[in-house]
Design a protein around this ligand. Structure first.
Ligand SMILES: Cc1ncc(COP(=O)(O)O)c(C=O)c1O
Length: 326
């Protein structure tokens, strides 16, 4: 098994547990397990905490004093970056897409961003990348030594964390045939694919796209996995055809939960006391349930649902979720 030696700061509580979901398993006729990356621990957890262990270590070794990143208004990545910055005594500037006047600033992740002390800059009709460059320059001029973390933390340093996460799962010795998870900026998927290769784990890694068409996203994830392999010195390459990006459940688009997501959130909550989020894990779990019901995931299959977090966004979607309670 390839050892991944990249600088790392401890931010997450690891290994995250794997639990079995007996009532849901019985209900759906499959054996369902869940990898609890919603319990990584940093300011309500999630998958980005793993990536930030490596990204923040790189920032610190580059002498950074300020972390800058960007995301959607209810970005879990931004909230975890703000928490990582606070933990390490760094400044944090978050560039959130949209207009402040249109956003629900007093709930969900935005509320937490503020509690965690991040400065929020709204794109207000401007391009996200352009705004990132502008804030970077402003912070440089002010002598704040900024470090830019890409959207979703999905570069080879961030993705490497999920190769390590897959090694962690392999060591937990839970035999499964399927691993189902939400994919969006691709770092989690790239890392999981690389980690499976490095550990020799033979599982179907089924990425459920939250917002993107399978093509050209699959090619982009393969490219990221290969740049990650290079970064960690692994002599292996992943072809796009080896990756599964399932874009059938994108529905009305990013951040627009519908019956699929609400049904999954409700079922997990009521059968297992398990909370999902409305944007990522609700959609991925909805896709998984649909594949189980149609027998595309065959009855009796052993399936791991990789919970990637995001539950603080539940409160920002309270209006849609309220339809569950009638
Ligand atoms: C809760 C949650 N799950 C899944 C993802 C997708 O991970 P990735 O961006 O690495 O594809 C994100 C990304 O923001 C997330 O917040």
């Amino acid at each position: 098994m390839g050892d991944i030696r990249l600088a790392r700061v401890p931010l997450a509580i690891l290994p995250t547990p794997v639990e079995e979901l007996p009532r849901l398993s019985q209900h759906l006729g499959c054996r369902i397990f869940i990898k609890r990356d919603d319990l990584t621990g940093l300011a309500m957890g999630g998958n980005k905490t793993r990536k930030l262990e490596f990204l923040v270590a790189d920032a610190i070794s580059a002498g950074a004093r300020t972390l800058i990143t960007a995301g959607a208004p209810q970005s879990n990545h931004c909230r975890q970056t703000a928490a990582a910055a606070a933990r390490m005594g760094l400044r944090c500037v978050l560039i959130l897409s949209g207009e402040k006047s249109q956003a629900q600033t007093s709930t969900g992740n935005i509320l937490l961003d503020t509690l965690l002390g991040a400065e929020i800059v709204w794109t207000d009709g401007q391009g996200r990348d352009e705004m990132m460059d502008r804030v970077l320059e402003r912070e440089r001029q002010a002598g704040h030594q900024p470090y830019l973390i890409p959207y979703g933390g999905s570069n080879p340093i961030g993705a490497a964390a999920y190769a390590v996460a897959m090694q962690e799962f392999a060591a937990q010795q839970i035999e499964v045939e399927w691993v189902v998870f939400a994919t969006s900026s691709g770092g989690t998927q790239a890392g999981l694919a690389l980690g499976a290769r490095l550990t020799g784990l033979k599982v179907r890694l089924h990425g459920i796209s939250v917002d993107k068409a399978a093509s050209p996203f699959r090619e982009q994830v393969a490219e990221l996995a290969n740049r990650t392999a290079e970064k960690v010195g692994a002599d292996t390459r992943i072809r796009p055809e080896e990756l599964i990006v399932d874009d059938r459940f994108v529905g009305a688009g990013y951040g627009k939960p519908d019956a699929l997501e609400l049904g999954a959130i409700s079922l997990f909550a009521r059968m297992e006391g398990m909370l999902l989020d409305p944007v990522y894990t609700g959609r991925a779990a909805g896709g998984m349930l649909s594949m189980m019901r149609s027998r595309e995931i065959p009855p009796g299959a052993r399936v791991l649902f990789w919970h990637t977090g995001g539950t603080p966004a539940l409160w920002a979607y309270s209006r849609q979720l309220a339809t569950l309670t009638g």
